[in-house]
Design a protein around this ligand. Sequence first.
Ligand code: GLU
Length: 348
Amino acid sequence: MRLLCKFVILMSLGVCSVCAKPNVYILATGGTIAGSSKSALSSAYKSGSLSVDSLLGAIPQAKELANLKAEQISNIGSQEMNDAVWLKLAKRVQALLSKKDVDGVVITHGTDTMEETAYFLNLVIKSAKPVVMVGAMRNADSLSADGPLNLYNAIAVASDVQSKGKGVLVVMDDAIHAAREVSKTNTTGVDTFKSLNSGPLGHVLYGHVRFYMQSLRKHTLESAFDIAQIHDLPRVDIIYSHANDHADFVQSALQHGAKGIVSAGMGNGNLYPSILEALAQAAKKGVAVVRSSRVGSGFITRPGEIDDSQYGFVSGDNLNPQKARVLLMLALSQTHDPQKIQNYFDTH
Ligand code: GLU
């Protein structure tokens, strides 16, 4: 390709559009990838300390991949992520991708809530252009910090035409994951991100991108949701189940104005009897109740030991509770009908 490009340039003395570098924006939100520490061997560090320019300064090689521009959206640990930052980020991504001269976006993000932000963007951004999220498990001052190569790989994925139309992607530890499928599965390991129900979409090794599969669920251009129409999000709470459970948290969620509840149930979404009763009462009052599972992989059968249609519940399919919460918030922006909400869970 390079040889051909030189030939075309020599022949025409013009710019070769075949080999022009793509224009990629880096939007930084914080996280461990921008974290710093006093020691290269300490687990104590502060997330979101370094600017996006300093992250890019560590990977001068990335300029070979794309023309890069960078913006700081926030600089927080992703445990602080909230609706306001989500809306600001999504609207900025949409505005950038709507420009002819922007080819892709990379978002640096803390790993704690990266899967939630990724799925939110996957559902509301209207563009086929690549959106790639990336983070790190070791801060920038750590020995063998993983951030620089992860960021380089994310820019390579965002610059690659193969990444178009695949929805929002998460690049970590040489793997390329679909936003809907990926989860953080280990508190500290660099290989923490897994797509437990499906496996990754592909791999990226020192910037060389290989895809092997793609998601069949609706995202981006096919999704029912559009960031242009979303100005706020309703309160949706997650209630985690356990042996000898108590229904108090269900009452509290309702008293505090939750419009939806996602149950992180036991096994196949099972519930302690008093919680089942409290959630059934909530559903009768018009609160959307989605059954998910605390297990971390697998889907919720409809019906299982609990018959959702008897209680007016929605089955969360194979979304983990935090992703089911994202989809339920967006579904509630359109409808409160459990059948229609079920339809979103069956297709997105
Ligand atoms: N709390 C940090 C965050 O989510 C740690 C996770 C990380 O970025 O690795 O921002």
